[in-house]
Design a protein around this ligand. Structure first.
Ligand SMILES: [Zn+2]
Length: 368
């Protein structure tokens, strides 16, 4: 696999290495030299569980790209200190956290393509820089009792994630952030203008038809089974509408203007969904983000990985119908079946949760 920068996708200039899980986060969560598991290595015979230290999870980057994004890291570190002590956070801080989660979600995707020597032959059509803050996004927050110190993540080791890097979970000292992003994830049901995906064109760009917003907020924001005892934060992103000639038609109304966090970036305000209500997150620092009830450790190992896997699979399967030709759809379906078989085999043999927390072996589960 040719080396490319995880930020810009070009051949790395003045080579550097990017910690996709930053050193400051690794330090907050225990000994940086501690070994952790990183999925199954399918490139070796016999198959082996990958094991190395968290601070060795580094991938190629340009020096300038790395330096530019170090600024984001510097701003997110104090936010994590507040998160981990369950202190009030402002909507601006949480929006920055969503930017950072975009970065990590995409960084881990590209990183795992490297680790797996890109065995599925995927051609990444975006990288960190071109994906941050582009599409609707969300994070569900949950808190685990007596979790202790540790860094864990779930999702990126699934082969299905290589096909659809749309959802992952990050566990930091008992705080779990389950992050997802995609076209039309929440805009429509939050009353914002939204894009209805039509198809991918020959250049693999998504063609979508624009719709005006209903200016009505629906509850729940997503029509999927949500995780219990979580607080979910949603942010509609209408950046694509700003670039349209007739953007006024979609963005001109007072309703949208009052619910805009950052017009230049096309960021809607943050919405918080919890205990059966959906509301705008307060502008000033608040503990509205913090879940009141706890999860136990066992639930995390059998429920969270499955939830993340289901989200990834659904997103992938929904995208197949958008491929331009029947041949391509057939190819995507075949790849999806293969990835899913490997993932289910892995789920039945090992914990679906990565990192330095050991979880009990998990029973195989048949899916239809
Ligand atoms: Zn670069």
């Amino acid at each position: 696999m040719e080396k490319f920068c995880v930020f810009c996708g070009e051949a790395p200039q003045e080579k550097n290495k990017e910690h996709v899980l930053p050193a400051w986060l690794i330090e907050m969560t225990g000994d940086p030299g501690h070994e952790a598991h990183f999925g199954i290595d399918f490139t070796k015979e016999p198959l082996k569980a990958r094991k190395f230290a968290f601070d060795s999870l580094v991938f190629p980057a340009c020096t300038t790209c790395n330096t530019r994004f170090a600024e984001l890291e510097g701003r997110v570190k104090p936010i994590f200190e507040l998160l981990l002590s369950y202190k009030p956070l402002s909507s601006d801080q949480l929006i920055l956290l969503l930017d950072w989660l975009d970065k990590v979600r995409v960084g881990l995707w590209l990183g795992y393509l490297y680790l797996d020597k890109n065995w599925m032959g995927i051609e990444p059509n975006f990288h960190i820089q071109s994906r941050i803050g582009q599409l609707d996004r969300m994070v569900s927050i949950l808190r685990v009792e007596n979790a202790g110190v540790g860094l864990t993540f779930a999702g990126p080791h699934f082969k299905s994630y290589q096909l659809s890097p749309t959802c992952f979970g990050l566990g930091v000292n008992g705080l779990w952030l389950v992050n997802a992003s995609g076209v039309g994830l929440c805009s429509q049901r939050l009353g914002f203008p939204y894009l209805e995906p039509l198809r991918f064109n020959e250049a693999h760009l998504l063609e979508a038809s624009p719709h005006t917003g209903s200016e009505r907020i629906m509850n729940p924001v997503e029509r999927i089974a949500t995780l219990p005892r979580t607080v979910s934060l949603y942010q509609p992103v209408f950046r694509a509408f700003r670039e349209r000639e007739n953007s006024e038609k979609y963005l001109g109304g007072d309703w949208i203007k009052q619910r805009t966090a950052d017009a230049a970036n096309g960021y809607g305000k943050l919405f918080v969904q919890k205990s059966d209500s959906v509301q705008i997150y307060p502008d000033n620092a608040s503990t509205d983000w913090a879940p009141a009830e706890l999860w136990n450790k066992k639930e995390v190992s059998y429920r969270l990985g499955e939830h993340i896997f289901d989200r990834i699979r659904r997103n992938y399967e929904n995208s197949i119908g958008l491929a331009p030709t029947q041949d391509e759809r057939r190819h995507l379906r075949r790849e999806g079946v293969m990835a899913r078989m490997l993932d289910l085999a892995m789920l039945s043999n090992a914990s679906e949760v990565e990192g330095n927390k050991k979880s009990p072996k998990r029973r195989a589960r048949r899916r239809r």
